[in-house]
Design a protein around this ligand. Structure first.
Ligand code: ZN
Ligand code: ZN
Ligand code: FE
Length: 805
């Protein structure tokens, strides 16, 4: 019996070889009809034998292309038999129709994808027409998100529209049996983008460049390798922006790059030729290897080998190194030996590949912009003429107990949506301040933006605005309400307030730590009415009482929360100065615990006599010293007291170096008997207003007994590694006591962990073990970072449920 069926597929089904796949299936099952992309997914109509149609539909799910994600597949029976147009004189005809734009609908877009094995093979084959062509790609790999100007995903709406395909490429593009059928960025040396190498207009260094620059094509690439191997810094245009590249084994050039970039200690990521080269300087587990070689190709944080042979300046004072493998054809060529090199002369190439920007500014993506903003940083520029439409930094992940933990979610992952448990209205949540990302929701999807950066300067705000506009347009979402943090000074909050007024939209302000916990809940698909115990441990977040929170125990649902416990607040003397100089935090903690500032204590040594005097007065008077219950600051303070780190040049440096000292197998911790206080025992020194605006507060974690034990260890010459090990276990023990307390009063047994402090894997591990031993169900982030990069999702879901109330 012959019938027709109409099929609509939603998900990541564009730009991933879906239509040729459907074409192939229709041919296999002898069906006539058509397939087309529209802006809400892919539409298919097929005609033929009913059994064949059934097999065809089953095969769509079972055999879909590697990059396709099917969220939804709907079918409708058609009453017509095989129409005329679906037949040729040889049998059924199946065609791929022109894309159709439906302005109201939206469709997920594939992230950029690392070069596939087929393309790599062609590129290394001297007889292939794409031999050593650095922009080789196909429907299974290549640029996507970063070149798309608008949907539907078709070449004229990408930055590849500037290149007209040559007859050979066009033939591949038109041939449904070809791997490059409708591969929008399809290109070859004849017709596609080209490399060029030029000197820096500013000549920042004494590095002597060839006189015959600019060089083009393969000559540019080979000369770039030579420059890098001989100690130059080269600005290199990649997939989502520029990198600054240099030889990672060369102390001098890495130091030079740090000087030019104004980046003192912040770790650099490196790119190595292949996994074997990575193994020569870092430990790689199976899970880490899989991550390194995944098609997302993130930067994976690995622990350095004892015989680490890269420059120590790549990641000073850090036991980890961020490593990635080549993810574009161009990177493969750059890291590989020149052709014809004998195997015994192989070089182990490892290059620093750090974001092309000045500190804290967004990554540079345009050629002109690169010349103006990077010319004082790089000796030469390796560029190409395929425009990057939207910037996208490298993602950073870590493997923890064989699970992926996100530190920065960007290239390879964004803008793939996070699936939501409920249909959401269109909301734009603008995120936080540091590591900003935003979230745009619609229906069952939360589109989390790629990492935008620290919203502390105009450039980042501009990148933010541009990316928001882009998401609204490519996902066809017009937000009906806005969500933001409560911090009045965040640029994101101020922007949201302006927009809300300008567009007359409701604005929902969400408390920072509530948003953190709600984000974990949403990731785990918790039901609307559910509540959890939330451990929100981070550096800085604006509290509902106007103080700075960060060591919070919440009883939280989507619509609201109670702050049932907190870390004892201490003064943050001098605000930001206390964050940049952990010894100030240490002195505050010592003062709070009533411990004399003894001259042999590391934080006392770090401060000048004058500074000690001023600090003491600040602490006594409370002037310019707001209170904070931040767990991040507590870690900073203990790191300083233990003598590990007194001043920092990047966020969380003191805590990270402290974490690195933790040793395996030692379970002993500090005495925590008197650490949890019912609130009535809180020191009367805390302003009473704190209590009146926090009627839910039941208990406080008293840091003083812990600080006293740490100070004793220091004065007794106990090694920092032992202090670090004890302190980590102590915090885990204390958190378990807190959770038991909340379980006792509320009956809740699910604990959600969030906040930047949970990037400390030692602490995360100890808390997980301790809580699980205690029978708690523990929820952690799986798809988003625990730091403020995951905040926007929480803001969006809280706003959604609040507006329903
Ligand atoms: Zn490919
Ligand atoms: Zn071509
Ligand atoms: Fe936070």
């Amino acid at each position: 019996m012959h019938r027709g069926r109409s099929i609509h597929v939603r998900g990541i089904v564009q730009g991933v070889g879906f239509r040729p796949f459907i074409y192939g299936l229709a041919t296999r099952y002898d069906l006539g009809g058509w397939v087309l992309n529209n802006s809400s997914g892919v539409d298919i109509e097929v005609y033929g034998a009913v059994d064949s149609i059934n097999d065809f539909v089953n095969a769509i799910e079972a055999e879909k292309p590697p990059l396709a994600v099917i969220d939804n597949l709907e079918t409708v029976e058609l009453d017509t038999a095989q129409p005329e147009w679906a037949l040729t004189k040889h049998g059924p005809a199946f065609t791929i129709r022109e894309s159709e734009d439906q302005p109201q609908a939206f469709v997920p877009i594939s992230p950029d994808v690392a070069t596939c094995d087929d393309c790599l093979r062609e590129m290394l084959d001297p007889h292939d027409r794409r031999y050593r062509y650095p922009f080789t790609n196909c429907t299974n790999c290549g640029p996507r998100f970063t070149i798309i100007r608008d949907v539907p995903y078709d070449r004229p709406l990408t930055t590849m529209s500037a290149f007209e395909m040559c007859p050979s490429c066009q033939a591949e593009y038109d041939d449904p049996s070809n791997r490059r059928f409708h591969a929008q960025p399809n290109a070859c040396p004849e017709c596609g983008p080209q490399l060029s190498l030029s000197g820096s207009p500013e000549h920042p260094g004494s590095f002597s460049l060839r006189k015959d620059l600019p060089l083009l094509g393969d000559a540019a690439l080979i000369e770039t390798q030579r420059l890098l191997d001989e100690g130059a810094v080269v600005a290199v245009k990649g997939l989502g922006g520029y990198h600054l590249a240099c030889n990672a084994a060369d102390d001098d050039v890495v130091r030079l790059l740090r000087e030019r970039k104004g980046r003192v200690d912040k770790p650099y990521a490196v790119m190595a030729t292949d996994i074997d080269v990575v193994r020569t300087f870092a430990h790689v587990s199976d899970a880490e290897e899989a991550l390194l070689q995944s098609r997302q190709r993130p930067i994976v944080l690995l622990s350095k080998r004892e015989d680490y042979w890269l420059s120590d300046l790549t990641a000073p004072g850090n036991h980890m190194i961020g490593v990635m493998l080549p993810y574009t054809p161009f990177h493969h060529l750059l890291l590989q030996d020149e052709p014809g090199q004998p195997a015994d002369r192989r070089r182990h190439r490892v290059y620093v590949m750090t974001s092309g920007n000045l500190s804290e500014e967004p990554i540079v993506k345009d050629n002109e912009e690169a010349y103006t903003r990077l010319s004082s940083l790089a000796d030469a520029f390796l560029q190409h003429d395929r425009d990057i439409y939207i910037h996208c930094d490298d993602s950073v992940v870590r493997s923890f107990r064989n699970e992926t933990v996100f530190i920065r979610r960007a290239r390879g992952y964004a803008p793939a949506p996070i699936g939501l448990p409920v249909e959401m209205r269109p909301i734009l949540a603008v995120g936080g301040e540091l590591k900003n990302t935003f979230c745009l929701t619609n229906g069952p999807y939360a589109f989390m933006s790629q990492h935008i950066g620290d919203m502390e300067n105009l450039e980042t705000l501009q990148a933010f605005e541009r990316t928001v506009d882009h998401y609204r347009s490519i996902f066809r979402v017009e937000p009906e309400s806005l969500a933001c943090d409560m911090h009045p000074a965040y640029l994101s909050t101020r922007w949201a307030m302006e927009q809300a007024e300008k567009r007359n939209l409701p604005l929902i302000q969400v408390q920072h730590h509530h948003a953190h916990i709600a984000a974990v809940m949403a990731e785990h698909g918790l039901e609307p009415g559910e509540r959890v115990i939330g451990l929100a441990l981070d550096g800085t977040g604006y509290g509902a009482d106007g103080t700075i929170w960060g060591g919070e125990i919440l009883a939280a649902g989507y619509t609201g929360f109670q702050r049932v416990g907190r870390l004892r607040p201490v003064p943050l003397p001098g605000g930001d100065a206390a964050i940049r100089r952990p010894y100030r935090m240490a002195l505050s903690y010592l003062w709070d615990a009533g411990i004399e500032w003894a001259a042999e204590m590391p934080p006392v040594q770090a401060a000048s006599v004058e500074e000690l005097r001023i600090l003491h007065r600040q602490l006594e008077t409370g002037l310019n010293a707001t209170l904070t219950s931040s767990m991040g600051r507590f870690f900073d303070a203990i790191s300083s007291i233990a003598g590990v780190r007194q001043t920092i040049s990047y966020e969380a440096q003191a805590a990270m170096e402290f974490e690195a000292l933790v040793e395996d197998g030692r379970q002993n911790s500090y005495d925590t008997l008197s650490v949890i206080h019912p609130l009535k025992m809180v020191d009367p020194k805390s302003p009473p207003s704190l209590h009146s605006v926090n009627p839910d507060l039941q208990f406080e974690i008293d840091s003083r007994p812990i600080v006293r034990q740490v100070a004793n260890d220091v004065l007794n010459g106990v090694l920092p590694s032992i202090i670090a090990t004890r302190f980590h276990q102590t915090i885990a023990d204390v958190m378990a006591v807190c959770c038991r307390q909340v379980r006792h009063t509320t009956g809740l047994n699910k604990v959600a962990l969030s906040g930047g402090v949970f990037q400390n894997m030692r602490l995360l591990g100890s808390i997980l073990d301790t809580l699980q031993d205690d029978g708690f169900t523990v929820l952690t982030h799986r798809q988003l970072p625990a730091n403020d990069g995951g905040l926007a999702l929480g803001q969006a879901v809280v706003a959604h449920y609040r507006t329903l109330e």
